[in-house]
Design a binder for this molecule. Structure first.
Ligand SMILES: C[S@@+](CC[C@H](N)C(=O)[O-])C[C@H]1O[C@@H](n2cnc3c(N)ncnc32)[C@H](O)[C@@H]1O
Length: 324
């Protein structure tokens, strides 16, 4: 399938305002503007997309054809992808039109390459013309998709031979944070109020929920923690050879490649997770510093010399075959 046929397909879809409708629009579970403020997604985030560009280049991607971003949110990754001007054609998508509007406003006009927008649920990837994409990118969006195996099958079908999939996702190492939060609640000895205990326990319960595989997650926003080894095996079933950079964000690659065994600060990672993802205020963070961080420091010692639990990481896979 050529680039022209993807264009023909896109042009046949409803055009609303500035974006095509591949999937019916769906709002995020929190206010989109508040999400942008919570994570502070500003111009400094340009490093995320530039990092992804470096990573793709390092792995041999030639930037021809259409690269699709799924779940672009407020542009954390998209900003740098668009500003790099490296891509021939970028298709930035999200299920939420409000997210698309925020991202499009941040990106504005680009110097080179074409940027289009569309509403898309990851579950609808199977609607793309086969072989019509040269790359698919996601930043913290795959864990929202219920059936990951089907998603990988759809990706493989939509990618041209030699095409790339690259994504950052949370991994099973996050369960270590949940366990420590749970232990803190059990052993607080009166140092925390019932409300404060409930906040720590809610964090622990989130991790349990994401990790469990025996419950229906269709109606929850966040769904999974990934096991890197399993992801490599699943991808291989769909002709995708996957590589993994543990405990890395895309921004880590913006000045070049990073070693896979670089040292990782668990205590700080845990604190930042509570602050940004769980909205802990200074009072709750002080409780973390006093009652949890001394135990979390165990992991920093254990991770000396590299390694450590895989909290998240960047996956990059290549579909079998050579590009045309
Ligand atoms: C955690 S946010 C990440 C947003 C952005 N990529 C970032 O890094 O800030 C997840 C994004 O995925 C989108 N999303 C949720 N469910 C999705 C699905 N089933 N398919 C595609 N995108 C989805 C949400 O609207 C949201 O923008």
């Amino acid at each position: 399938m050529t680039e022209l046929s993807l264009d023909t397909w896109l042009n046949d879809l409803p055009l609303l305002d500035f974006y095509r409708e591949i999937s019916p629009p769906r709002r995020y579970d929190t206010d989109e503007g508040a999400y942008d403020a919570q994570y502070g997604i500003d111009e400094t985030m340009v490093r995320e997309g530039l990092g992804a560009v470096n990573l793709l280049r390092h792995h041999g991607y030639d930037f021809r054809g259409t690269a699709l971003e799924i779940g672009c949110g407020t542009g954390r990754l998209s900003l740098g992808l668009a500003r790099s001007s490296a891509f021939e054609h970028l298709l930035l998508t999200d299920c939420s039109p409000s997210f698309l509007k925020i991202t499009a406003r941040k990106i504005g006009r680009v110097d080179a390459g074409r940027v289009d927008y569309a509403t898309l649920m990851g579950e609808d990837l199977g609607r793309f013309p086969p072989g019509s994409l040269s790359a698919v990118l996601l930043n913290a969006a795959l864990h929202h998709v219920v059936d990951v195996d089907k998603f990988l099958a759809d990706i493989s079908r939509a990618l041209a031979p030699g095409g790339f999939i690259v994504f950052l996702e949370p991994c099973t190492g996050m369960l270590t944070m949940g366990m420590l939060a749970h232990v803190a609640v059990q052993t607080h000895n009166g140092a925390m109020s019932p409300e404060q205990c409930a906040r720590f326990q809610a964090m622990a319960d989130c991790m349990t929920f994401y990790h469990r595989r025996d419950i229906d997650k269709a109606n929850s926003e966040d769904k999974h923690l990934f096991n890197p080894h399993e992801m490599i095996v699943w991808s291989r079933r769909h002709d995708i050879e996957m590589d993994f950079y543990p405990n890395a964000h895309f921004a880590a690659f913006h000045n070049g490649m990073i070693p896979k065994d670089r040292v990782f600060n668990f205590t700080l990672y845990f604190r930042n997770h509570l602050k940004y993802c769980m909205n802990f205020d200074d009072e709750l963070l002080a409780l973390y510093d006093t009652h949890v961080a001394p135990f979390a420091a165990y992991m920093d010692v254990a991770a000396q010399g590299g390694g450590g639990p895989f909290m998240e990481g960047v996956f990059i896979g290549r579909k079998a075959g050579s590009p045309a």
